[in-house]
Design a protein around this ligand. Structure first.
Ligand SMILES: *Cc1c(COP(=O)(O)O)cnc(C)c1O
Length: 231
């Protein structure tokens, strides 16, 4: 990947922020590296990228080992299998895909007190797709209260993957619905500062609706050519 690709995307991100009257610095670009080799991630890191996300634990561990000399921030964004919670708690700084209390409890217990709390977002199934993970909006509040009470997690906000649509208006409505969920939790007294939403095809409307983290894969690394492997 050439450095100018990253620069072009950063410029688009900044333009989207300014158009929404927001500070571009308030938005973190997270590079989603699934299926791409460590060398691709290293090239991006050398161009100044700090935050990297992975979906599969085993694939992530291999890349982290290959990139251990770099001071990167690691995000887990994939489905969380119960038997992987210890590895996730040990090897990541953020987890965006928490959608049930049991998983949160296990992450907290595995994180323990010797490390800073694990940053956590709750994944919301905002478009109510049966095929998607995530907690339904009406079930968010009890989950958020439970997660906020766990000692070794720090609940930061919400993550969502809305139903893909080419319609800008529908993209914005779905992102606005996620932001509303966040605001309801805040009104309930839960401290949150993160909206993880927006991917390669829709990060600009996500920023218009308040995203503080956008997760970009194909735009940074190119098309994912081979199938995702199983863990
Ligand atoms: C793959 C993935 C992304 C990046 O998707 P692109 O469309 O390639 O930008 C973002 N978030 C999650 C959870 C993903 O699995």
């Amino acid at each position: 990947m050439d450095i100018s690709t990253l620069q072009v995307i950063r410029n688009r991100l900044a333009q989207a922020a300014l158009a929404a009257g927001r500070d571009p610095q308030a938005i973190t670009l997270v590079a989603v590296g699934k299926t791409f080799p460590p060398a691709d991630l290293r090239a991006l890191a050398q161009a100044g990228q700090k935050d990297f996300a992975e979906n599969y634990v085993q694939e992530a561990l291999e890349k982290q080992a290959a990139l251990a000399d770099l001071p990167l921030v690691w995000h887990f964004v994939g489905p969380i299998q119960r038997n992987k919670t210890s590895l996730i708690a040990a090897h990541f700084d953020w987890v965006h895909s928490v959608d049930r209390a049991l998983v949160a409890e296990r992450l907290s217990a595995a994180r323990g007190e010797n490390r800073p709390p694990l940053n956590v977002c709750l994944q919301v199934n905002i478009s109510r797709e049966s095929s998607k993970s995530g907690v339904l909006p009406e079930d968010l509040l009890p989950l958020a209260r439970a997660v906020a009470a766990l000692p070794h997690l720090r609940l930061r906000g919400l993550m969502a993957i809305p139903r893909p649509t080419p319609e800008l208006q529908q993209q914005r409505e779905q992102f606005a619905a996620v932001r509303n969920c966040l605001m309801h939790l805040q009104e309930d007294g839960i401290m949150l500062d993160t909206l993880s939403m927006g991917m390669s095809d829709d990060f600009e409307p996500a920023i218009a609706e308040g995203a503080t983290m956008v997760r970009l894969g194909s735009l940074l690394f190119g098309h994912r050519r081979y199938t995702q492997r199983e863990q």
